[in-house]
Design a protein around this ligand. Structure first.
Ligand code: ADP
Length: 305
């Protein structure tokens, strides 16, 4: 059996025209089914991908995992840019993107598909994962640990060399089209004993951890995402830094880049910085009046009353 039977099939990277491919150090042919991507398709080649300011080499790594037909696990706190990275890279790689958010009722059949009865007829309707596998899309399952455990049955054969999706109820075994990529994300901070990823799942994925960006980068992100001034962005980032120091032990969530962008957008509508931070950041972090009072003290100290 040819372990890399997809390797001979050409992968169309419409967005990758003009790509610089540098040659790799020689490797046994079996271990190197196709050249790795050393240069990314320039963002300008795709139809304006959603903006993403990288924290490190994550864009290149994403493209390399895609070219090597490896699935990717993105770890990181909520609101730190995981989804935006996937949206950005899907556009740069010229692949359709299908996103599903994990929740405690999400099971295998929601991903693979089901028979629907319409007008006395029964017909099979592909679920989002089956569609992505057929189309060679990037399939992004956000917050995977929230989903039901039976989804691993469909994810495992897709995540290893088989790259297959069994549609048992439909009696079909789908081979993933070239270009298909499985991307999962979760927030390790939320994990408790029952909700971790099983080692057998984790070991099938290339894993990448994103944290909150450095203060300089985060200020640039807040400014470019909201159109606020550099001063407003810098002040919000200072607030986030102080809150992260304070809340990391006490709260399940802390001030994310997403919340800062929301606060910055409100200042663009005429709200004062203090009020915008209160409604967009503080109120999102806790419902408890005592905790909110403590957070308010931090806000006053950082932004002034
Ligand atoms: P996550 O998926 O990690 O919960 P998102 O990707 O949805 O977070 O990010 C939330 C928001 O924060 C995005 O919509 C975007 O406005 C902003 N953001 C975070 N990181 C970046 C980044 N590196 N570049 C551009 N925008 C970012």
């Amino acid at each position: 059996m040819n372990r890399f039977k997809d390797a001979a099939a050409p992968i169309a990277y419409p967005a990758a025209q003009g790509l610089r491919l540098r040659s790799l150090p020689p490797e046994p042919a079996l271990l190197s089914p196709r050249p790795a991507l050393h240069a990314l398709p320039a963002a300008g080649n795709a139809a304006s991908p959603p903006a993403y300011l990288p924290q490190g080499d994550e864009c290149l790594l994403f493209a390399q995992a895609h070219a090597a037909q490896l699935p990717l696990l993105l770890k990181g706190p909520t609101g730190c840019g995981k989804t935006r990275l996937v949206e950005h890279m899907a556009a740069r790689l010229g692949r359709p993107l299908i996103t599903v958010s994990g929740h405690d009722d999400l099971g295998a059949a929601d991903l693979t598909g089901r028979h629907l009865i319409a007008g006395g007829d029964t017909r099979w309707v592909d679920g989002p994962l089956a569609r992505a596998v057929r189309e060679g899309a990037i399939f992004y399952l956000d917050e995977v640990v929230e989903a039901r455990k039976d989804i691993t049955v469909v994810l495992h054969p897709l995540a290893d060399d088989r790259r297959q999706l069994p549609l048992e109820r439909h009696g079909e075994l789908l081979d993933a089209a070239p270009g298909f990529m499985l991307v999962l994300s979760y927030n390790p901070g939320y994990q408790h004993l029952l909700k971790g990823l099983k080692p057998s799942t984790r070991q099938r994925f290339v894993a990448l951890t994103l944290g909150y960006p450095t203060p300089e980068l985060e200020a640039r992100i807040v400014q470019s995402e909201s159109g606020c001034t550099a001063e407003v962005a810098a002040a919000l980032v200072r607030l986030a830094q102080a809150l992260r120091r304070l809340t990391e032990q006490d709260l399940e969530e802390t001030a994310s880049t997403r919340l800062l962008v929301m606060a910055a957008r409100l200042t663009g509508q005429g709200l004062t910085l203090q009020r915008a931070a209160q409604v967009a950041v503080m109120e999102a972090l806790s419902d408890d009046t005592q905790t909110l009072a403590a957070l308010q003290e931090v806000l006053d100290a950082v932004l002034g009353e």
